[in-house]
Write a protein that binds this ligand. Structure first.
Ligand code: WQD
Length: 340
């Protein structure tokens, strides 16, 4: 007997696919909605291979209200929604802000309209630590002032959080839990699903694994003149499977009626690592010497940020189980699997 039908927008994507696996393993029935603009069909094959069964997938764009309405009307008794569908490359958002506002904000507005029309009231929202901009204090807590983010990407997440907050204040039936991710890395231990960057990767870890695999010539470290121990930026790298599990706990909390109208949680490890430390962790995990050089800073980058995860630990019972090296090894195993 299923614990309930959960619509997972962006469910064929990196974090979405890992969450779909954890939802099934927790007894839920996920329904994927994805337009495949930032993933590939093989993601569904990987999910099916891990689960031994396929998962329903509707190939539509979340900004298309009528298509979304059709799916929500077709899929009876939807217990909740996890909304991943968004673009997420900080650097790219600086160059193409309107692409990010249309997709990231437009898809949430369309989703909320259809949820209200079809009386679906539970939403887990994929937010981001980039809403904190350049924090004055570290680690950041959920009470850290959310300010103008340091990139259009981060600002789309802040605008989306404002929409959910205004909806909660308006007395809407919709209850939301916003999970503010830090840096998702790694891949499922089966190496059947993982990050599938289309084209040149924007993110650090896929660029590392593609360089190690000889697909990229050399990794460029974007700046080593930051006020950090080795001059490179600090991030909080959280294993994608740990992150996926946090979504299951959040949907549990909503379906059990324990959540306030809007809640925010930092989902990270609580530890910050520099880019150079991340590279060393990869080299130690894979046994491969990485070819890298130092280049100029990247626009939109936050110098250092990592999470205070006390609230997620105490309220959600969230805990990370993987080390950075284990995450790097899982990313490398996934890269090797991709080459086959
Ligand atoms: C990490 C560090 C770069 C590439 C990510 C997600 C975003 C959000 C926050 C969830 C930075 C450096 C990178 C390269 C480099 N997460 N870098 N060379 O920008 O922190 O954003 O986490 O919502 O969605 O994208 O991640 O992996 O791009 O960069 O030196 O080739 O690695 O400067 O310091 P970022 P990233």
């Amino acid at each position: 007997m299923s614990k309930g039908k959960i619509v997972v927008t962006g469910g064929a994507g990196y974090i979405g696919s890992h969450t779909v696996v954890e939802l099934v393993e927790a007894g839920y029935e996920p329904i994927i909605i994805d337009n495949f603009s930032n993933t590939e069909e093989r993601s569904l094959e990987g999910i099916a291979s891990i689960l031994g069964r396929s998962v329903t997938c509707h190939r539509i764009d979340c900004t298309d209200v009528s298509a979304m309405r059709t799916v929500f009307q077709q899929e009876q008794n939807i217990a909740g929604v996890i909304h991943f569908a968004a673009f997420k490359a900080v650097g790219e958002s600086v160059a193409e802000p309107m692409k990010y506002y249309h997709n990231n904000v437009g898809s949430l507005v369309a989703l909320l309209q259809v949820m209200q029309e079809t009386n679906v009231t539970n939403l887990v929202f994929s937010s981001s630590c980039t809403v904190y901009g350049i924090p004055e204090q570290l680690p950041v807590t959920e009470e850290t002032p959310v300010q103008k983010a340091n990139s259009p990407y981060g600002n789309t997440k802040k605008v989306c959080e404002d929409i959910l907050t205004d909806l909660a204040v308006s007395g809407s039936e919709v209850r939301s839990i916003a999970l503010r991710y830090f840096n998702p890395v790694g891949a499922h231990p089966s190496a059947k699903i993982g990050e599938l960057p289309l084209g040149v990767p924007n993110n650090l870890v896929p660029f590392i694994t593609q360089t190690a695999a000889g697909i990229r010539e050399q990794l460029t470290i974007f700046g080593e003149d930051y006020d950090t121990p080795d001059g490179t930026c600090i991030r909080d790298y959280v294993h994608v499977v740990d992150l996926a599990k946090a979504h299951v706990v959040a949907i549990d909390r909503l379906l059990q009626g324990k959540a306030e109208p809007i809640e925010f949680y930092n989902i990270g490890t609580g530890t910050g690592n520099t880019v150079l430390e991340a590279i060393k962790a990869f080299e130690s995990a894979s046994g491969i010497q990485l070819n890298y050089k130092v280049g100029p800073r990247r626009a939109g980058d936050v110098p250092k940020i990592y999470a205070d995860v006390t609230k997620a630990t105490e309220v959600l019972g969230f805990r990370t189980t993987s080390t950075l090296e284990e995450a790097m090894l899982s990313a490398w195993n996934w890269q090797l699997q991709l080459q086959k």
